[in-house]
Every structure is written in C-alpha cells, then in structure tokens.
Design a protein around this ligand. Structure first.
Ligand code: SF4
Length: 215
C-alpha cells in the first residue's frame, strides 16, 4: 500500500471511529493548559488532573505564579514526577511570560520556546490545542504508533516523525491526528505489548502484517 492510501485509510478509520479526539488534560485557558502540559512530562494525565485544581486555586494566573517561591510550587506538585525540576520550570515560565510577553501566553512558536520548560513538543501542544494552529506535537505515543503502523519509515527522532507525518496529513486534520495517535497509543497500541486483538486497523498496520507473516 502506498503512503497516500495508507494515510487515507487511517484518516477514514479514525474519523468514523473516534470523531471526538481531544486532550485528556483539564484546562480552561492557555495558562492552565501550559501548566498542565509542563506537569504532564513523564507523568499521567490522570495524575496531572488531580494536581491542577488545587494548584489553580492558589495560582489562578501567571502573575500570581510569577511571584511564588519555588518551594511553595513544589509543595503543590510534589505528587507528580520530577517535581523539583517542574517547580523551577513553572516559576521560570511564569516570570518569563510576565516580564517578556506582558503576562499573556504567546501564540507564536519562536516566542514560546524561549520560555523555561517549553520545548518543541510543549509549544506545539499549546499552539495546536489552545490556539488552533496547524502544529503537530510528537510525543512517545505518536512516535511509536506512527512507526508501527507504517505512517513513518525509519524515523529516528520525534522531529523526523513530525516531518514525515506533516507531509501527508491535510492541514485541517493535523490537530485531530495528534490526539488519534496519542489515544490509540495510550489505550490500544501500548508500548510494551500492543493490543492488536482489540485494534480496528490491523488491515493497514505494517507491524501487524510483519508479526503475522501477512504479505
Ligand atoms: S494492529 Fe497492533 S501494532 Fe498495529 S496499530 Fe493496531 S495495536 Fe498497534
């Protein structure tokens, strides 16, 4: 199957079977989303959604967070992974956005990646989810699932995966495709053992064909 047909069938399947595909992080505005995404690195969305409601009661906006002591931020996030680093990043993030961007989360990639704790993946999640921009965030699920299905070929890095996927996903579908791949990776095409018996795309999956000797 050539790549165009593969992408077409992938899009058709998920459009029909997962018409609603959204972030599982709870947030009400770009500030809350940015905090949640920073906290979610190496941590489950479920855990982040437990941490953020009390966090936003204490720090309802960037201004209040920018004035906080790192130790007070740490206290509120200590049940997630890497709380020391994340507390420092959240403090630096708030201070930088207040100082450099007037206290408003920028909707511009080059500005966002100057903010502590924000790399390409985090910036793309924020730009795509909060600002509806045509950006694809590649996390471990997107990278792994794309390779297994065969949407990507020999992509060694998340950036390579992003470039290959962006060649074929139509602009209007990029934001949704990101969530399709994440949710499929989280619940079906799991890292250690993919649940192929529960998967609806076995007929287009290259990993399934190879492991079942299907030509
Ligand atoms: S068939 Fe298996 S390996 Fe392929 S996408 Fe589905 S779960 Fe993943």
């Amino acid at each position: 199957m050539n790549k165009s047909t593969l992408f077409k069938k992938f899009i058709e399947y998920f459009t029909e079977n997962m018409p609603v595909a959204e972030s599982e992080l709870h947030y009400k505005n770009p500030y809350q989303l940015l905090v949640a995404v920073i906290l979610s690195a190496q941590c489950t969305d479920k855990r982040v959604n437990i941490i953020t409601p009390p966090f936003f009661k204490v720090f309802p906006d960037l201004k209040s967070l920018s004035k906080a002591e790192v130790v007070d931020i740490f206290e509120l996030i200590k049940s997630c992974s890497y709380p020391n680093n994340k507390a420092k990043n959240l403090s630096g993030m708030a201070k930088t956005i207040v100082k450099d961007f007037g206290g408003i989360v920028p909707d511009d990639y080059d500005k966002l990646i100057t903010v502590p704790g924000v790399g390409r993946k985090t910036a793309h999640v924020v730009l795509s989810v909060a600002f509806d921009q045509n950006k694809l965030a590649v996390d471990t699920h997107v990278h792994r699932v794309s390779a297994r299905i065969g949407l990507t070929s020999n992509a060694k890095t998340p950036l390579e995966t992003e470039r290959q996927l962006m060649k074929y996903f139509p602009e209007a579908i990029v934001g949704k495709a990101h969530h399709w791949l994440i949710l499929h990776g989280r619940y079906v095409c799991k890292a250690r053992k993919p649940l192929c018996e529960k998967c609806g795309i076995t007929t287009i999956c290259s990993y399934f064909a190879t492991s079942n000797n299907i030509k």
